[in-house]
Write a protein that binds this ligand. Structure first.
Ligand SMILES: C[S@@+](CC[C@H](N)C(=O)[O-])C[C@H]1O[C@@H](n2cnc3c(N)ncnc32)[C@H](O)[C@@H]1O
Length: 261
């Protein structure tokens, strides 16, 4: 999650974080999911659930557009399972693999319908055979990994279709020092633009079949802030995005989802 993703304070979990996302990613994300304060955990849960609904809507929309009706789906980097729970309506089998064992424990507690395997793994080699799944979902993960191409190649190895979603953060708003600090704090190692995502797909031998961008609904902008400024921000961004989507994504962050095979 990120904003258009702002506020984006819990992108990979909660606080505080230990270590560095690049030096010790497992420790970094595990500490992010281990939130002791119940009120904070509840708030982060609501934020993740809100993000999951948007992300799942993107997945349903793109699959519908190309007539893809997956039976088996895997989410790589599934975190606490908030998105996977929403995706359980998209496929009969919804497995999840994740770097952080703490996050996987949270995902298991959800009792997600159709989840056969919810497992922590080494973040490198997905523990599934070639072509096991109809669809692999890699949502808001590539910007967190030092080398996105090998992770994407793993997704392409285990599934015939791959759905990638990232925040496009190569824009003027996200270039401001406070925004860059915030992105770094939550573990973003890359600020992608659309062309870079497409180049990554091409490098992995994946061909895009459908894509979309989303400046995100009002509820995302209002989650941490005051309602009136959030409403104004949302209305301005939405109008700019409707009028000129490609220009808008050079000004502020939108979420970009692309389905490839
Ligand atoms: C921002 S969260 C996204 C969670 C979920 N996919 C979503 O869209 O809501 C990023 C997740 O990627 C996980 N992650 C980071 N590096 C990973 C890797 N190499 N393999 C799998 N998961 C990884 C983190 O532990 C974290 O749970």
């Amino acid at each position: 999650m990120s904003a258009a993703g702002e506020p984006r304070r819990d992108d990979a979990g909660g606080e505080p974080r230990r270590g560095d996302a690049a030096d010790d990613p497992r420790a970094f994300y595990t500490s992010g999911y281990a939130v002791a304060d119940p009120a904070e955990a509840e708030r982060l849960g609501r934020w993740r659930a809100l993000g999951a609904r948007s992300k799942a809507a993107h997945a349903f929309q793109l699959c519908n557009r190309v007539g893809l009706f997956p039976t088996t789906l895997v989410e790589i980097g599934c975190g606490d399972g908030s998105l996977l729970a929403e995706l359980s309506g998209l496929a009969a089998v919804v497995d999840g693999f994740e770097l952080s064992p703490t996050a996987i424990e949270l995902a298991r507690r959800r009792g997600i319908p159709g989840a056969r395997r919810l497992e922590a793994y080494d973040g490198t080699r997905v523990p599934a055979g070639d072509g096991t799944y109809d669809l692999a979902v890699v949502s808001h993960v590539l910007e967190h990994v030092p080398e996105p191409a090998p992770l994407l190649a793993e997704a392409a190895r285990v599934a015939s279709h791959v759905l990638v979603e990232v925040p496009l953060e190569a824009n003027r708003s996200a270039a401001r020092p406070a925004k860059r600090d915030e992105a770094a704090r939550i573990g973003h190692l890359h600020a992608f633009d659309r062309a870079q995502v497409q180049a990554l797909l091409a490098q992995t031998g994946l061909t895009p079949v459908a894509d979309l961008s989303d400046p995100l609904p009002y509820a995302h902008h209002a989650f941490f802030g005051r309602k009136l400024p959030a409403a104004i921000k949302w209305a301005v961004r939405y109008a700019l995005w409707r009028a000129a989507p490609r220009r808008a994504e050079r000004l502020f962050t939108v979420h970009y989802a692309v389905l490839a095979r």
